[in-house]
Ligand binder design. Structure first.
Ligand SMILES: *Cc1c(COP(=O)(O)O)cnc(C)c1O
Length: 368
C-alpha cells in the first residue's frame, strides 16, 4: 500500500506529446550526429540559460571530462576542487591525468571555501573546479579574483544549478566554462544528457570536435576525441521537458517552503539557507543537517522503515572513495567531513504530496 518515496522522481512530459514530437524521426531516420533537434535544443537552452555558447553532450560527466581535456593542461598539473560533490567531479579531473587538490568547504552553503584556496596553490596549479552544490552558488566574485591573480582557469560543475541566476546573469556564464547535467534525476532532464556552457566560441568549436572523435571533415581528424554526442531522442525529451521546467521549479519552491516552515521549529535540525538577494534558485535539493552522525543515520533508517528513501548526499566525500585507497585521508577537510557525516537530502520533486512532507517532518521530529 505504501508507495516507495525516493529522493527524487524524474520529470516526464505527457506521453502523447512526446510521441508526437518523435514521429518525424521515422521519416528522416536521423537519430544522432548533431541532427535537427540537437541544434534546436542547443539554441533553446542558450536562450533559457542566458549563455553565449552551449555544447550539448551525452551526459554531465563527459561534459566535464571533455571541457577539461579542451584546456590542454600539462599532465600531472594540479586542480583545486571540492570533495563535497558527486564522484563524477573528481573522476573527471583524474581521468584527464591531473591531480585533484581537495579544498575544504564552508559550513554555510557547503561550497568550496574561497578563503582556503590560495594556500593550496603551487606552481603546478592550473585550474579550480568548484561545484554549485545543491544549487548553492559558490562565491563567484572571490573565485574570479583568485583565478585572475594566479592565472588559473575556472570550470564550474553546475550540474545542480540548471536555470539558476546570480546577479541576474545565467549561472553558466561565469568562469571559463560550466557544465550541466541533464540526467533523469536532475531538475531538467534529457534522459541522460549534459552541456558545457562558455563565452568562448573557440572552446565551443573545440568541444564540437572532441565530442565527435575529433572529426572535422570526411578526411580530417583534428583532435583525439571521444564520442559524447547527444541523440535526437534525448534532444526531443529536452525540448518537451523545457516547456514544463519553469512550472516545476515554482512547485519545488512551494515544497521547500513547506519543509522549512515545518522543520524550523524543531531544535537540533537545521535547513539550508537561501540567499534571495543575488540568487535565483531551482530548488533541486533539500538538505538538512542533524546534530551528529548517529542522529543522521538513525533518521535515515527510520524514514527507510516508512518506505521513504532519503539520501546521504554527499557521504562519503569523494576524497574518501574506496578507489583512492586513503590517498587523501590526511588532507585537512574537517568542515567537509563534519558536514558529510551529518547531512541528509530529503525527498523533493514537484509531485511530492504535501502529506508526505508532513509525514517526513513528523518522523524527524519524533527521532530528534
Ligand atoms: C549528476 C552530476 C554529475 C554527472 O552528471 P551525469 O549527467 O550523471 O553524467 C556531475 N557532477 C555533479 C555534482 C552531479 O550531481
Amino acid at each position: 500500500m505504501n508507495k516507495k518515496i525516493f529522493v527524487t522522481r524524474t520529470s516526464m512530459p505527457p506521453y502523447e506529446e512526446f510521441i508526437e514530437r518523435i514521429k518525424p524521426l521515422w521519416d528522416t531516420h536521423w537519430l544522432t550526429n548533431m541532427g535537427k533537434y540537437h541544434r534546436e535544443l542547443e539554441e533553446k537552452l542558450k536562450e533559457y540559460l542566458e549563455v553565449e555558447q552551449l555544447s550539448l553532450m551525452v551526459n554531465g560527466h563527459m561534459s566535464l571530462e571533455l571541457v577539461i581535456q579542451a584546456m590542454n593542461f600539462p599532465e600531472g598539473s594540479e586542480v583545486i576542487t571540492t570533495p563535497f560533490t558527486f564522484i563524477s567531479t573528481t573522476h573527471a579531473i583524474i581521468r584527464n591525468n591531473l591531480e585533484p587538490v581537495f579544498c575544504d568547504i564552508k559550513p554555510t552553503n557547503f561550497t568550496i571555501d574561497e578563503d582556503k584556496i590560495e594556500r593550496l596553490i603551487t606552481d603546478r596549479t592550473v585550474a579550480i573546479v568548484p561545484v554549485h552544490v545543491y544549487g548553492n552558488i559558490c562565491n563567484i566574485d572571490a573565485l574570479d579574483r583568485i583565478a585572475k591573480k594566479h592565472n588559473l582557469k575556472i570550470i564550474y560543475d553546475a550540474a545542480h544549478a540548471f536555470g539558476e541566476k546570480y546577479k541576474d546573469m545565467g549561472i553558466g556564464s561565469f568562469g571559463d566554462a560550466s557544465i550541466f547535467s541533464f540526467h533523469s534525476t536532475k531538475v531538467f532532464n534529457t534522459i541522460e544528457g549534459g552541456a558545457v556552457t562558455t563565452n568562448s566560441k573557440e572552446l565551443y568549436d573545440k568541444l564540437y570536435d572532441l565530442k565527435n572523435f575529433g572529426i572535422r571533415g570526411e578526411e580530417i581528424i583534428a583532435e583525439i576525441g571521444a564520442n559524447a554526442k547527444m541523440t535526437e531522442f534525448s534532444a526531443i525529451m529536452g525540448l518537451s521537458n523545457l516547456e514544463y521546467v519553469d512550472n516545476n521549479i515554482k512547485i519545488r519552491k512551494k515544497k521547500v517552503e513547506r519543509y522549512i516552515s515545518k522543520i524550523s521549529p524543531i531544535t537540533n535540525v537545521s535547513c539550508q539557507k537561501f540567499d534571495d538577494i543575488y540568487t535565483k534558485y531551482n530548488y533541486g535539493y533539500f538538505p538538512v543537517l542533524f546534530e551528529n552522525e548517529k542522529k543522521r543515520n538513525n533518521i535515515y533508517e527510520q524514514l527507510k522503515k516508512n518506505d521513504i528513501y532519503a539520501r546521504k548526499y554527499f557521504y562519503p566525500l569523494t576524497a574518501d572513495a574506496n578507489c583512492f585507497e586513503n590517498k587523501y585521508s590526511e588532507v585537512d577537510l574537517c568542515v567537509a567531513r563534519d558536514i558529510s557525516s551529518r547531512i541528509l537530502v530529503l525527498p523533493l520533486y514537484p509531485e511530492l504530496p504535501d502529506e508526505i512532507i508532513d509525514k517526513i517532518v513528523y518522523i524527524i521530529a519524533e527521532c530528534v
